[in-house]
Design a protein around this ligand. Structure first.
Ligand code: SIN
Length: 277
């Protein structure tokens, strides 16, 4: 196994591994480097949906995504598609996945099927590094805060206009977005590494507990801008067969929407529901 870091803060490309054929010893090593790098990229993985389920099971039990139905026979896997004719993409704002659930998934697996000739990369940020870079005074303030996270928020700070599609995907139950709300600590402790991480986003965090939206917004905005500073990030370039798995407990990601006129199609699976603490 060859491990090539993608940047200073997080991310590694892992060569010499066929995930379908990996034995327990390989998986033990993959788990170690998952905790070390938080974002792992495996190239040229020929994975059918059943294979993706098996790979995902190495990280945790599968989770449902509330707004998009799964592909035939695989309710936990859905396709993230942006067609040539579309301008809106899925996941185009910085976030950690489904933080509006009481138990968000610890990991997301994204497997590329069709990718644009150029563009369509995904950015990742290390939210442990971001927390550790805060001043002692700010760490003390944010450590006491609890964030209210909602599926209904749009990045401009208002309630989301309900769409029947996200990117190219038909959505269900978007009118129920308001019902998906969860409170989580703004600073969470990674259960495996013990490191503390910021856990809030401008995409999903409406306000802090016992504070108004107006009072909360400036600090949410500051912390969002802080945690995606370039030195905390890495960038993943996709090609068909690339599988990336990321740790939602200590990262944020953002799908770059810079490939209008080209198709991008991925399969996505989330696993390992956990209560942030
Ligand atoms: C997501 O936010 O889960 C999608 C990321 C991507 O399509 O790159």
């Amino acid at each position: 196994m060859i491990i090539e870091p993608l940047a200073g803060a997080l991310g590694a490309e892992v060569r010499g591994v066929d995930l379908k054929a990996a034995d327990d010893a390989v998986w033990r090593r993959v788990r170690e480097i998952f905790l070390e790098y938080a974002v792992l990229v495996f190239r040229d993985q020929q994975l059918e949906p059943a294979d993706l389920m098996r790979v995902g099971a190495r990280f945790g039990e599968p989770c449902h995504y509330p707004f998009v139905s799964g592909i035939d026979g695989f309710p936990f896997i859905f396709e993230v598609v942006k067609e040539e004719s579309e301008t809106v993409n899925f996941g185009g704002n910085w976030h950690s996945d489904t933080t509006y659930l009481a138990q968000p998934p610890l990991a997301t697996l994204l497997h590329a099927l069709e990718t644009p000739k150029q563009g369509g990369d995904t950015l990742f940020a290390n939210t442990c590094a971001a927390y550790e870079a805060l001043s002692e005074g700010m760490r003390a303030i944010v450590s006491k805060l609890v964030g209210l996270n909602s599926a209904s928020l749009k990045v401009t700070g208002g309630r989301r206009k309900m769409h029947s599609t996200i990117g190219g995907m038909k959505t269900q139950d978007m009118e129920k977005a308001d019902e998906y709300e969860a409170e989580h600590p703004v600073v969470r402790t990674h259960p495996d590494t013990g490191r503390k991480a910021l856990y809030l986003s401008r995409s999903h965090t409406i306000r802090f507990r016992d504070m108004t939206e107006q009072e909360s917004r400036p600090l949410i905005d500051y912390l969002q801008a802080h945690q995606i500073r370039p030195e905390f990030t890495c960038r993943v370039r996709w090609s068909p067969g690339t599988l990336t798995v990321w740790d939602n407990r200590c990262t944020q990601h953002c799908a770059i929407n810079d490939y209008h006129g080209q198709r991008r199609r991925m399969r996505r699976l989330t696993v390992g529901a956990q209560t942030p603490q």
